[in-house]
Design a protein around this ligand. Sequence first.
Ligand code: UDP
Ligand code: MG
Length: 326
Amino acid sequence: MKQLMIVVPAYNEEEALPKTLEVLDGVLSEMINQGQVTPNSQILIVNDGSADKTWDIVVAASQANPHITGINFSRNYGHQNALIAGLTVAQDAADIFITIDADLQDDVNAIPEMVAQNAAGYDIVYGARNSRETDSAFKRNTAELFYKIMGKLGVEMVPDSADYRLMSRRAVIHLLDFKEHNLFLRGIVPRVGFPSTVVYYARKEREAGESKYPLSKMINFAWDGITSFSVAPMRFILGIGVLSVLFAIIMVIYAFIKEITGHTVAGWSSLMISLWVIGGLQLIAIAILGEYIGKIFNEVKDRPRYVIQDNLLNNEDLDDKQFTRH
Ligand code: UDP
Ligand code: MG
């Protein structure tokens, strides 16, 4: 029997969290009763610098229920960092880890199935939604486009799987060896390797509160995913550059022929157009280079990915430094 840790990132989730804790605790208790996981299995809430009552709810719940624990960031560090923090802090506190969002959009009934698949020998069990009916048409279409582009760019991902997955302890330990700061977990986890499988579930509406991923965060996330994993945008720019040089050679020949046959006209419009086209291409190329250099800059600074302010997990033997620098 294995010890399970359910890691839940939460950012301003005071509306959804009480229900989420109740539901997750129900699932966990049931699994403990069935002898599927050990009685000391837990739910770890990572409070990602919420401005609302999220952390108070976690503290109260942890006092009332030994199955609930939490860590509290000193500010908002983002969803992906919250997941990494939860796994880092809990890596020695369980045998298997499940990450799930705080809004219960992912079906908790898949948890026992994930654990069963792990018992059957899989180190990583991806939760993948089998339909997106409850997402808005906009979210559905953009997500579809995103996975299509990522696939084309050669980033390995399990389609329609988000950050709902089970990982064994050894998979987590190797995942934590990936030290990059531009985190895109759903692209990294498949690179850890180990036997893996997929469990399908229907994704539901958000239980309460609003999406913490507005369009701007979604675009940032997608762009990070692309530029953290692929140099395809740079190759694309190179291709356009080569094409425009070829085009320029043709234009020179064309202009030369026109010249010797005596058909030259004042070339103001063609000059203006090429000025803008080339100028635009150069700006795009520089911006893309800048994006990669910025990423290198971020990695080189090697700043901590997050700072933990409070840790309810093994509070007694807490060595501050151990948890504050990563
Ligand atoms: N989240 C977080 N930090 C953030 C944004 C979101 O920890 O800066 C958490 C949020 O509380 C939720 C999960 O990440 O548990 C996914 O966010 P959300 O449900 O808002 O995203 P969506 O499902 O709309 O893509
Ligand atoms: Mg959600």
